[in-house]
Design a protein around this ligand. Sequence first.
Ligand code: ADP
Length: 340
Amino acid sequence: MSSSDPVLRVERLASAWDGVPVLRDVSFDVAPGELLSLLGPNGSGKTTLLRCLAGLERPTSGEVWVRGTNVSRWPTHRRGIGWMSQEPALFPHRSVLENVAYGPLLARRSEGDVRAEVGRLLELLRLVGFEDRRPDQLSGGERQRVALARTLAARPTLVLLDEPFASIDVELRSGLRAEFRRVLRELGIAAIHVTHDREEGLFLGDRVGLLFDGRLERLGRPREVYERPDSVRSARLLGYNVWREAGGPIAVLPRHVRIGPAGTGRRPASIVAAGDTGAESLTIVALADGSRLEVRSPDPVSGARTVGEPVGIDWADAVELPEPPAPAKEPKNGRTLRGP
Ligand code: ADP
């Protein structure tokens, strides 16, 4: 195989719980050194997908290839796939150094080799000086850095990151994301990162995929995916306002909606709430059909906005969306509770 062959190839993966589909026909590749983010709402199948890739769950159909080899029937420990989740699984009574060195020592690598590699990883993750601390003597962010060092010490071909920053304080999160991205890039390790956090997915991924109901709907560069949503649900997940115009549904970013006096603009609306976040103003308005729109602006909220106040709105850069599929019909006399 050549150096540009994919590190991972997922072909038509499907999975189900009690006959209910959780993953449907999911196919994608991960290139060497690539960071792929999968963004999806809760319950869309992100963790199930990672578990299938790691061999912790058996898909109902489909194949997983790592570096050109079909590993679909291989056990977890032979796949060369590292895993890191929201709650780092560190040994509580062992030091940082012991936690990071545990895997390589177990793999019977020479002590000198392990020392050199662990030292390099601790340096890369800015953990020098923390070697003797136990996990309970670390902050949440430091624990996640140790967890990444431990995952990388096993020299995985690919790393799976399952919402790794979800329990980190918001003000530390963006720094830690940037840190993870830098380390993976420096080591040239490919990774799949899953999250329900739009900003995180778009920031981290070289490419980003959108997952809904177990289906991969979009896969592309973050800017392409963000600027051209192609369904009502992907537009909503990406933070667009979605409402109906005569020609069908449209998507407009909150910063592209303008509020003017009643009688101006293209649509009448009324104020639902208005406030200032410090960095920008956020106003919620309702259209006559009940749709609620978020309006964000770097300018402070103009005038004294009162709830119910009539206004007019205008917008720019609308993306036209296809009609969403009709919801599945409820069966006639459908009963949902089963008796004992
Ligand atoms: P996500 O990680 O995107 O939140 P999951 O992969 O955890 O989604 O779950 C996808 C779907 O599979 C959900 O509908 C969830 O209810 C279902 N599911 C997950 N684990 C189980 C389980 N152990 N038993 C039954 N259903 C499950």
